[in-house]
Design a protein around this ligand. Structure first.
Ligand SMILES: [Zn+2]
Length: 316
């Protein structure tokens, strides 16, 4: 037994090594499956040492990702109210770093431009991201619909890439806009209030200074960029799991496997019958996930033909 681990951590580690899911381990050891994020936090921070996490079953390939860009460098004479012409562009933006992970898996992929930032040649980042996107059924990001995926598309098409295989997008900012009125919809605020894995705020290099120092190839700045970027996708995953149950416009994960068993959008198989759902003239079995609480409904109308015949509808 590793004496650096608490009793709970040791028990969780043993269960995971026997093939239990993180959620099962949370339920057995920590009494609540919602404590899953505690175990994810332990794993992400190496508190359980080397441990292999079993993959979620019958799930689509879901990529969580975040990119950082270099700034466009412009020539100007004043600070305020400036409009720049194309001939005032000194350097175009490019990909500075990315981090990504597969939903439910522990490995975080990260690459950056350290050592070659002066070349502005981001090909190796574009290649890696293209391969990940090509494999993904679904891509999740914060503000990724209008920022990350379009920026990547721009770099890919400018560099002669073909489009990656089609994927659906889930944007945590969109889910936040549709369902909640928070004080702020920034990842920093939302993960600070709701997640154990919080988005890091900058350490030694505050704000733009971090980008400036990375462009100067300062190793300390790259280290900070790495920590900051990696933590973004880890906290994004936790936030996504919190949000998913509330979002009724969610992608149906069950389209991505051939099984009859329902898999929840959080990856859980513990889905039970829970009341009924009604549309204008039909009644359906309703289900609830015991882990995240998401509701879904069946597609078979439970009304008999006679009942359907007897129903009146609104006009117009
Ligand atoms: Zn669920």
């Amino acid at each position: 037994m590793n004496k650096n681990l608490t009793e709970d951590q040791q028990a969780v580690k043993e269960l995971l090594e026997q093939g239990a899911s993180i959620r099962e381990a949370a339920r057995v050891v920590l009494d609540r499956s919602s404590k899953e994020s505690t175990i994810r936090y332990w794993v992400a921070n190496g508190l359980l040492g080397e441990v292999t996490i079993p993959k979620k079953k019958n799930m689509p390939r879901i990529l969580l990702m975040d990119i950082e860009l270099s700034p466009t460098i412009l020539c100007g004479w004043q600070l305020f109210n400036q409009n720049f012409g194309l001939n005032q562009i000194k350097n175009e933006w490019f990909l500075l770093s990315y981090s990504a992970k597969w939903f439910g898996e522990e490995e975080v992929f990260y690459e950056d431009m350290q050592g070659i930032v002066h070349t502005e040649d981001d090909t190796h980042l574009l290649d890696s991201m293209w391969k990940l996107f090509d494999e993904a059924d679904i891509v999740i990001g914060q503000n990724s619909k209008s920022f990350d995926t379009k920026k990547l598309n721009a770099r890919w098409v400018m560099n002669g890439y073909k489009p990656p295989s089609p994927y659906k997008q889930i944007d945590t900012l969109d889910i936040a806009k549709r369902n909640f009125s928070f004080t702020s919809r920034k990842l920093e605020w939302m993960t600070d209030k709701m997640c154990e894995n919080k988005k890091l705020t900058h350490g030694k290099f505050a704000g733009f200074e971090l980008w400036k120092q990375c462009l100067l190839d300062n190793p300390e700045a790259w280290l900070e960029m790495r920590d900051y970027n990696r933590m973004d996708v880890i906290s994004l995953e936790e936030l996504y799991i919190k949000f998913a149950a509330w979002d009724n416009k969610h992608v149906n994960f069950n389209l991505y496997n051939e099984e009859a068993e329902h898999v929840c959008r959080c990856g859980s198989h513990r889905v039970v019958e829970h009341g009924f759902a009604y549309t204008g003239v039909s009644k359906f079995q309703q289900y609830r996930c015991l882990d995240c609480g998401a509701h879904t409904r069946g597609r078979v109308n439970l009304f008999t033909k006679d009942k359907t015949k007897s129903l009146h509808m609104n006009i117009g």
